[in-house]
Design a protein around this ligand. Structure first.
Ligand code: F6R
Length: 366
């Protein structure tokens, strides 16, 4: 059932060209430049009128939610708050019947997320879900929602569920933007066409896995890692660090690149690999200054950046080139090399990739 792959995680990373295509299928209408999400039809007026959106989730799904925050604010002009489901729950949340909550969960069984759903519903809010497992508790208890259709995810570390969640969030944000007229029509058309090209671009990245494998060999015994990103790729920095922690047992932290100078820069020395995700055009100059700050302290730069970004590539010890795309869709590409990097490092360290210690696929205790 691993289809010839040594681990489910690797199989699921390589499945992403197909799982993203499955997620988009029947929803993205490239010819008419429109998006249909059947599960949201009944709540569309609520979504269009929403004064704010509260996104709640845990772990990797929470990282997808952070990408969603940037997408909804940029494309649909809805103010968004992203909450850890567990924290939302215990804060006597200020939420009522005018609010819309969106929860994100691969398993649809995460206890903290389910508790947030119940809390919000009890207070009269409209609660929507993005789930992967069909018929799961969260899918059943939410008022409406969208399935990610990524197929069963067996590896404990979430990979293809994340890219499917971000794909759904992108479709939602573009669709609401079109209905609300908060998005330039030509830009919306470009985004829809580009979303359609994402599976092919993901395929190009997984086909470069050998070069990431070679790079992983050099960093297998690093005791720490820092991941830096800006805007859409700040959540990807968090996600890259989480993947490394959970399956390789290496201490890793993700930061918005500009925060580095407010503390973490003190950690940088010749032993510290710094993964820089430089894939948003309008922040590129700032990223280059951050890279120079790291290099001045002898930190080792690994960059995930556009093929044409020669300046960043030249400054890096290793670079993982990704195909060009729209800034707001770049997390769908930049996360792939980070998944592969953590996978190969974990394998080199002899870790149990599919069943990391102390972790379970779905966390059904609060
Ligand atoms: C990370 C991971 C966890 C889950 C989290 C939420 O690789 O698997 O952080 O993302 O437990 O799980 P779901 O999405 O099932 O609610």
């Amino acid at each position: 059932e691993k289809s010839g792959y040594p681990h489910f995680m690797l199989k699921e990373i390589f499945e992403q060209p197909n799982s993203i295509a499955d997620c988009l299928r029947g929803r993205l209408d490239v010819k008419n430049h429109s998006i249909q999400l059947g599960g949201l039809v009944d709540v569309m007026d609520k979504l269009i009128g929403a004064k704010r959106l509260i996104i709640a989730a845990c772990g990797t799904s929470w990282h997808a939610g952070l990408v969603g925050e940037y997408l909804f604010e940029h494309l649909s002009k809805i103010p968004v708050e992203v909450e850890y489901a567990s924290e939302f729950r215990y804060r006597e949340p200020l939420i009522n019947e005018d609010d819309v909550m969106l929860v994100i969960s691969q398993s649809g069984e995460t206890a903290d997320t389910l508790a947030a759903v119940r809390e919000a519903k009890q207070r009269g809010a409209t609660v929507l879900g993005i789930c992967n497992v069909v018929g799961s508790t969260i899918a059943r208890e939410t008022d409406a929602g969208v399935y990610t259709h990524a197929g069963p995810e067996i590896g404990v570390a979430s990979t293809k569920a994340f890219t499917a969640q971000v794909s759904v969030l992108a479709m939602m944000a573009i669709m609401i933007g079109q209905k609300k007229n908060t998005i330039d029509p030509e830009y919306a058309e470009r985004l829809i066409e580009e979303l359609d090209r994402i599976p092919g671009k993901v395929k190009q990245i997984v086909e470069q896995s050998d070069s990431i494998k070679r790079m992983a060999e050099l960093f297998t015994y690093a005791p720490n890692f820092l991941y830096l990103g800006r805007t859409y790729n700040f959540p990807v920095a968090l996600e890259g660090a989480l993947k490394l922690k959970e399956i390789s047992y290496i201490h890793a932290e993700g930061y918005p690149a500009a925060e580095m100078k407010h503390g973490p820069i003190a950690l940088i020395d010749a032993m510290m690999p710094v993964v820089v995700i430089a894939a948003t055009d309008h922040t590129n100059d700032k990223m280059i200054s951050n890279i120079e700050e790291v290099k001045a302290r002898k930190g080792r730069i690994i960059s995930i950046t556009g093929k044409e970004n020669e300046e960043v590539i030249d400054l890096s010890e290793f670079s993982c080139p990704i195909p060009e795309t729209e800034d707001c869709l770049s997390p769908l590409l930049t996360v792939i090399p980070l998944q592969l990097l953590s996978y190969y490092i974990a394998v080199n360290r002899g870790c149990n990739v599919d069943q990391p210690r102390n972790l379970a696929k779905s966390v059904t205790v609060e």
